[in-house]
Design a protein around this ligand. Structure first.
Ligand code: NAD
Ligand code: IPM
Ligand code: MN
Length: 354
């Protein structure tokens, strides 16, 4: 069984190396094959998602992804490293991006919110990732009667909403049975359709409680009372923004793993893409200080969902919890002035805890 390892750029390389050390320790039997994505792939192959990498992903059981993006490619007309992750989501129809936001005991004081608001924090953002503003056409810059203009198109089709709503309701059924569907129906037509379709799909899930919330209110409630949420169901752009906000409840953007699924399912596990929700962090890239927790926990999700290996997943998660409980912190998690560990030294501690 092959796992595609796609480190990408910046800290993506550093945290993926850490996650791979841990994954190899629990599953030495797998074939780990590296592929180029992002800026690194543009440099070597002239494309952010080269054909070789796609071929590797196609023959893999799952993908362990780092991050893509590099300020060097921000110039107008330049190829964009980010097209690698967008291309993978589109190519494999990976529409359901699951972002679990769970407090790791001991990190309550790393957050900027009061610890008592966070103690039992356990919510999941279910984000649609193949449609909406990211992919709608037209999408371009143009001249509007001699005035520079640009357009992006926000579009949702009924089946796209139905399938992501089902994922959220099914997940809620295994949890605290509460879905908060987030939209902007007071302004956006896409949101009015979204709400109508979510209500219709909810007919099949009466055991789950459904509430609707406008996205600005949701951003506020995440700060005011995050423990009120169980499953947050939302579209592509809102989910991108709210999940970075939610990540900070746990103390750092570097803590949050994610799993993205399509409809493809094997008898022995689901095909999926596993990645930290954060980016390439150009401000700290190359310094060896990035927090590898998100990447390591993404490897745990890979074990659970693509390998059906609950034991390996739990071992990795317990090792991270133990490492934090022992007082180890990377710089982003340490209190001002407190000592911290680099990526490798922190990962050594996780390996020890395994
Ligand atoms: P970012 O997520 O890379 O970083 C935001 C802030 O969080 C930075 O201060 C960074 O140092 C910090 N941070 C992030 N992860 C961390 C970690 N593991 N440990 C410690 N600190 C961490 O967002 P950005 O700076 O706005 O974007 C940088 C680049 O990453 C852009 O090119 C963007 O397009 C790309 N990006 C890629 C992905 C992805 O590949 N999935 C996701 C988000 C952003
Ligand atoms: C994420 C990232 C991506 C997104 C970018 C890199 C395209 O921010 O995975 O959250 O916006 O989906
Ligand atoms: Mn994002």
């Amino acid at each position: 069984m092959t796992i595609a390892v796609l480190p990408g750029d910046g800290i993506g390389v550093e945290v993926t190396a850490a996650a791979l050390r841990v994954l190899r320790a629990v599953r030495a039997d797998l074939d780990y094959a590296h592929g180029d994505v992002g800026g690194a792939a543009i440099e070597r192959h002239g494309s952010a998602l080269p054909a070789e990498t796609l071929a590797l992903c196609r023959r893999s059981a799952a993908m362990l992804f780092g991050a893509v993006g590099d300020p060097r490619y921000d110039a107008p007309g330049s190829p964009r490293p980010e097209s690698a992750i967008l291309g993978l989501r589109k190519e494999f129809d990976l529409f359901a991006n699951i972002r679990p936001v769970k407090q790791i005991p001991g990190l309550e004081d790393a957050s900027s919110l009061r610890p008592e608001l966070l103690r039992d924090l356990d919510l999941v953002v279910v984000r649609e990732t193949t449609s909406g503003l990211y992919f709608g056409q037209p999408k371009k810059q143009f001249s509007d009667d001699g005035v520079e203009a640009a357009v992006d198109t926000m579009i949702y089709r009924r089946p796209e909403i139905e399938r992501i709503a089902r994922v959220a309701f099914e997940l809620a059924r295994e949890r605290r049975r509460r879905v908060t569907s987030v939209d902007k129906q007071n302004v956006l037509e896409t949101s009015r359709l979204w709400r109508r379709v979510v209500v219709a799909v909810h007919e099949e899930y009466h055991e789950v409680e459904l509430e609707h919330m406008l996205v600005d209110t949701a951003a506020m409630q995440l700060m005011r009372d995050p423990q009120r949420f169980d499953v947050i169901l939302t579209e592509n752009t809102f989910g991108d923004i709210l999940s970075d906000e939610a990540a900070m409840l746990t103390g750092s953007l570097g803590n949050l793993p994610s799993a993205t699924f399509g409809a493809a399912q094997r008898a022995d596990g689901r095909f999926g893409l596993y990645e930290p929700i954060s980016g390439t962090a150009p401000d700290i890239a190359g310094k060896g200080i990035a927090n590898p927790i998100a990447a390591i926990l993404s490897a745990a999700l890979l074990c659970r969902h693509s390998l059906c290996d609950e034991d390996a997943a739990a071992r990795i998660e317990n090792a991270v919890a133990k490492t934090i409980a022992s007082g180890a912190r990377t710089r982003d998690l340490a209190r001002d002035g407190a000592p911290s560990l680099g990526t490798e030294a922190f990962t050594d501690r996780v390996m020890g805890a395994l």
